[in-house]
Write a protein that binds this ligand. Structure first.
Ligand code: ADP
Ligand code: MG
Length: 292
């Protein structure tokens, strides 16, 4: 494309809420074969709420929720906020917490009331030889709804299964369909449980699912998509999306996301609306067509 046509395209996109931070991106996006999306905060609102708390036999509801919420109060994960808020809304008093440790991509460990508390994924429980089988049916039900399961254990005994729901943005489904109609493939990349990720992908019609991806592995997942499909765009919002945004042929950050994500991106969608991925694609394709 000529410098003039790129300037015109960049200006047009900016009026529509799409900031191309580099002229190259306008040209590269037109050649994209696949658009990969982060889930939480990109396709979903990123404001999870606690929907249910299932207790293992012998555990008291208020005591169990208060202990988990107390530990989550020390965590910066959006899931942590939903659990802390739910406990405080119920008027629970959060007990003191010692030895809090975040376990990135898995959850947390802490000491509450002299007991060792573990909160997070099924994999985290299995790594500590805690059997999650008693909750197998509940787990299947809640993941099928696209909700995220959070297990808790006290002193090595399974105590609760919590379910967290994060609604899908209302433009997400139409955006995926329009990308397919434009000849692109789509992918979902998330740290969330496979069954939950699959339910969300199915609801949205997304082609490929990469779930239970650890924070440090998102970049490699993008590299694999590039090897398999060719030019890859990645849309994300979080701190742990930054390496993947840099690795992608076109990194697209939600303007509502973290500064680190925005700084790593080639394109910023100011309002955080996934539909603006299409705006970016259309301006890009039109700019290249004009000059050929
Ligand atoms: P994502 O941002 O895609 O959810 P993360 O790598 O941050 O990915 O987390 C992966 C999974 O680890 C979450 O879906 C959740 O199950 C679990 N997890 C992470 N942090 C916490 C936490 N503070 N409390 C409970 N579960 C957590
Ligand atoms: Mg996110």
């Amino acid at each position: 494309a000529t410098p003039t046509s790129i300037m015109v395209g960049t200006g047009r996109a900016a009026e529509l809420g799409v900031l191309f931070r580099k002229g190259d991106a306008l040209q590269t996006l037109a050649e994209a074969k696949v658009v990969a999306f982060d889930k939480t905060g990109t396709l979903t609102l990123g404001r999870p709420t606690l929907t249910t708390l299932h207790l293992a036999p012998g555990f008291d509801r208020a005591e169990t929720l208060a202990a988990i919420a107390a530990a989550e109060a020390q965590s910066e994960h959006p899931i942590a906020r939903s659990i802390e808020t739910a406990a405080l809304d119920e008027g629970l008093t959060l007990p003191p917490v010692k030895a809090f440790k975040a376990i990135p991509g898995h959850g947390l460990s802490a000491s509450v009331g002299g007991q060792d508390l573990l909160v997070g994924t099924a994999r985290l429980m299995h790594d500590h030889a805690i059997d999650t089988a008693p909750f197998a049916d509940t787990l299947a039900d809640l993941t099928a709804k696209g909700e995220t399961p959070i297990f808790a254990a006290m002193d090595g005994r399974l105590s609760a299964l919590l379910s967290v729901s994060d609604p899908i943005k209302d433009t997400a489904r139409d955006t995926i369909r329009a990308l397919h109609e434009s000849g692109l493939q789509t992918a979902l990349i998330t740290g969330d449980t496979a069954a939950t990720a699959q339910a969300v992908a199915t609801a949205l019609g997304i082609d490929h699912v990469e779930a239970e991806v650890l924070p440090g592995d998102k970049r490699d997942t993008i590299a694999r998509l590039q090897d398999t499909h060719g030019a890859t765009a990645f849309v994300g919002d979080g701190i742990n999306d930054a390496p993947a945004l840099a690795q992608a042929d076109i990194g697209i950050a939600m303007g509502t996301g973290t500064d680190v994500a925005i700084e790593s991106a080639d394109v910023v969608l100011v309002s955080g609306n996934p539909a603006n991925v299409l705006t970016a694609l259309h301006v890009s394709r039109r700019t290249l067509r004009n000059i050929r």
